[in-house]
Design a protein around this ligand. Structure first.
Ligand code: DX5
Ligand code: ZN
Length: 220
């Protein structure tokens, strides 16, 4: 099967004192993945719309905001104004997932939903026709550099089956612990969108080569 794999660098584990170089070095990727953490939904803080806006001036990639925050609806407009093209909100962060997805779409942005490892896949069933991506967390969110939780592979397979059966135009993203070996596993299970942090930014290899190598894994 030939699948076009998309790569979205997560700058969380890049050199935070030199984010400009980090985004410039991954210009051959498909998306830039911004991990937005509020210290409530996840036990960590990262960055906000001002940082996204500053980086947008140095990248031609579309930006996606992975909202690991409570009250995600408060952040749609600020990140839209900062230049993001897609919002990925956590299903666990709202009791009104359908409303949240409609709000994102009404803002003219692509909508995505992220699921924590222990969240059942059927949580997204109702909104699946509205989504451009389901981001299956392959680690518990909050920190870069963790190991992939193998139990999520079955979830990827099940989602691939659901999307193929219904014929939806929706990517299956994975986020956390992606390196060459785990990339092969998640791609074999049906993922076609890889968020990559540590493996890209704490690697001696040139990021462009790492990106090209990961993308060609879909050709197998
Ligand atoms: C985890 C974040 C990820 C993460 C990916 O909370 O959503 O995007 O930083 O980083 P690695 O590839 O280091 O696991
Ligand atoms: Zn992320």
């Amino acid at each position: 099967m030939i699948t076009e794999i998309q790569i979205a660098p997560s700058i969380l584990n890049a050199d935070l004192a030199d984010l400009r170089s980090a985004v410039e070095n991954v210009a051959t990727a498909d998306w830039l993945h911004l991990d937005i953490m509020d210290g409530h939904f996840v036990p960590n803080l990262s960055f906000g719309p001002a940082v996204a806006k500053a980086l947008k001036a140095h990248s031609r990639l579309p930006f996606e905001a992975h909202l690991m925050v409570t009250n995600p609806e408060f952040y749609i407009e600020p990140f839209r104004q900062a230049g993001a093209a897609r919002m990925i909100a956590h299903a666990e962060s709202t009791v009104h997932l359908h409303r949240l997805v409609q709000m994102i779409k009404a803002s003219g942005l692509e909508a995505g939903v992220a699921l924590n490892p222990a969240t059942p896949l059927n949580t997204v069933d109702l909104v699946l026709p509205d989504l451009k991506i389901v981001l299956l967390m392959t680690v518990n969110p909050g920190f870069g550099g963790q190991s992939l939780i193998p139990g999520v592979l079955a979830k990827i397979r099940e989602l691939r089956h659901k999307i193929a059966t219904a014929g939806f135009d929706c990517r299956i993203g994975v986020d956390g612990g992606i390196k060459r070996e785990t990339a092969k596993e998640v791609i074999a299970a049906g993922a076609d969108f890889l968020v990559v942090g540590t493996y890209l930014f704490k690697n001696k290899e040139d990021p462009a080569r790492v990106i090209a190598d990961l993308k060609q894994l879909g050709n197998g």
